[in-house]
Design a protein. Structure first.
Length: 302
């Protein structure tokens, strides 16, 4: 039995499962390790290839193990599934990860830096607040519709309903109902203020951050033609029909322009989060996108 050179680690909240093999493929390690002792254990091992499923906290452990001299590869969970033997448990998962990470054709997820994850948290937090604001808006519309009060779609229509709620002289809303709706209206206003604050942080981050793959100055962004295809980790645009690797780009979403760095974007799998921005005035309208997008495509190739 030789020295371990490949390890598969199934991470969890408190107890991790480690499965290691030597150069010949013989099992050398099959061990459960507590979270507090993971770094101590790997610090005693020689530098080796470590595979981890790309799941919550995987990027953190990838950075920590890299600092100890190990080579860390993050694997999409769907790619590990094919190497799972028998029932699914921690030991079998670790063995599957160990086998998958050694495959020459395996595709990996780039390990994000703390700056990239910080930018991603801004986008995810904003998306959460937008969903909560939409929920409050729908609740206000539904309650007032029961009283025969309706308004136009969108935030302008919601603003009209807020004015009705704030107008104590409007007899269509009873004092008891007005008191309840004022609670929702206050929450709606607070969330809107927080979203505006996050928008400023995102714009500032995009002006200064070099964590993402765009690396374009605000001046070049303002002078450039509209580009709404996702960017690769190297900064090159994906061509129409290209397949995005898990964790390597932004995916399609309806997130507001202030939180986006490209047209086909979604905070769920972001890595290119900095280095260029679009203000609301520079963001292409739906009419512009429809007229310039190629027939049958998802975006305009550039």
């Amino acid at each position: 039995m030789g020295e371990v050179n490949t390890i598969g680690m199934d991470i969890a909240k408190s107890v991790f499962q480690v499965h290691g093999v030597d150069a010949a493929g013989s099992i050398t390690i099959r061990k459960r390790i507590g979270r507090a002792k993971v770094l101590e254990y790997f610090g005693e091992l020689p530098p080796c290839l470590v595979g981890i499923e790309a799941c919550p906290s995987a990027h953190h452990w990838g950075r920590e193990l890299q600092s100890l001299g190990h080579t860390v590869r993050l694997i999409p969970p769907s790619y590990v599934k094919a190497y799972l033997k028998r029932s699914k448990n921690d030991a079998n998962d670790a063995a599957a990860i160990c086998e998958a990470v050694a495959r020459p054709s395996m595709r990996f997820v780039p390990i994000k830096t703390t700056e990239q994850q910080s930018a991603l948290m801004l986008h995810r937090t904003r998306q959460l607040l937008v969903r909560q604001r939409t929920m409050l808006s729908n609740a206000l519309r539904g309650h007032l519709a029961e009283l025969g009060i309706v308004s136009a779609k969108g935030r302008n229509g919601t603003a009209e309903l807020l004015e009705i709620i704030a107008d104590g002289a409007d007899s269509r809303v009873s004092p008891a109902v007005r008191g309840i709706l004022e609670v929702l209206a206050r929450q709606y206003g607070v969330i809107g203020t927080e979203i505006a604050s996050i928008d400023k942080s995102i714009m500032a981050l995009h002006r200064t951050c070099e964590a993402g793959g765009w690396r374009r100055s605000p001046v070049s962004v303002r002078s450039a033609l509209p580009r709404w295809l996702p960017r690769s980790a190297t900064g090159m645009p994906f061509r129409r029909g290209a397949v995005l690797r898990p964790g390597s780009g932004w995916y399609r979403s309806r997130t507001a322009p202030a939180a986006r760095t490209g047209w086909a974007v979604s905070p769920s799998r972001a890595i290119d989060t900095c280095g260029g921005y679009w203000s609301s005035a520079q963001w292409p309208s739906s009419a512009t996108r429809a007229s310039t997008a190629p027939r049958g495509g998802r975006g305009s190739p550039d």
